[in-house]
Design a protein around this ligand. Structure first.
Ligand code: PXP
Length: 241
């Protein structure tokens, strides 16, 4: 059975919109675990637009399943990872102007640099994954870095504008899954997956984990509204008019 890793970044996005204390991604992570998540993912971005250092520190102490840290391959992030020891680090490309991670990491040609970056993490017992497009050259390169995992970028599949384009990208993901597994890599999938487009993967074996954030947080906000509004309506209904 594949794992479901829940990304709680966008709980922090709502909190940071007001620079407030809630909603707390740490509490959200606990509820996600109680509801079946097999890992919690956070992306600590250089610009700290959603997840804060405090969140990762608390999550390291409270997450009972596995804590996966998405991060750019920078010295600052390497230091944080070595100090907090998440169960897995996933290297992603980062661009300050992007709304979310836009594409896979460019690994081809940078195998030695990335291997050197990952070596101290491996020594500290931290597993590593590389977020890459399902591109044969990137997958072959990833296998030379010492990372035990790749996360295949499903964003192009999720955002395909028509059924043919979606099917073509789905097949590229399946070929990438096969290639990566033959090279001894464990394969995660993520980005843009939702309650509908994930159904295509129902019969696909060999995926270690699906990494899902936005669709889950978006649904939680909407499905939680009736309870949240009726509670406030009950309070206001008890006031003098
Ligand atoms: N995987 C990676 C590497 C990501 O950067 C993200 C977004 O933070 C996700 C998965 C989750 O994507 P989504 O929020 O679209 O489910």
């Amino acid at each position: 059975m594949p794992n479901l890793a829940v990304n709680v970044d966008h709980v922090a996005t709502i909190r940071q919109a007001r620079l407030a204390a809630e909603p707390d991604p740490v509490l959200a992570a606990s509820l996600a675990e109680l509801s079946g998540a097999t890992a919690i993912i956070v992306h600590l971005r250089e610009d700290r637009r959603h997840i804060q250092d405090r969140d990762v520190e608390l999550l390291r102490r409270t997450v009972k399943t596995r804590l996966h840290l998405e991060m750019a391959a920078t010295a600052e992030m390497q230091g944080i990872a070595l100090r907090l020891a998440p169960d897995l680090v996933c290297l992603v490309p980062e661009n300050r102007r992007e709304l979310t991670t836009e594409g896979g990491l460019d690994v081809a040609g940078r195998e030695a640099v990335l291997a050197a970056f990952l070596a101290p993490l491996a020594k500290a017992g931290i597993e590593a994954s590389l977020f890459i497009d399902p591109d044969p050259a990137q997958i072959a390169a990833a296998a030379k870095t010492g990372a035990g995992y790749v996360e295949l970028h499903t964003g192009t599949y999720a955002e395909a504008k028509n059924p043919d384009a979606r099917q073509a990208e789905f097949e590229r993901l399946l070929a990438g899954l096969d290639q990566a597994r033959r090279l001894g890599l464990r394969v995660n999938m993520g980005h843009g997956l939702d309650y509908v487009n994930i159904l295509a993967f129902a019969g696909v074996s060999g995926v270690n984990e699906y990494s899902i954030g936005h669709a889950i947080v978006a649904r939680a906000v909407v499905t939680g509204l009736p309870e949240a509004v009726s509670r406030m309506a009950n309070i206001v209904a008890g006031f003098v008019s």
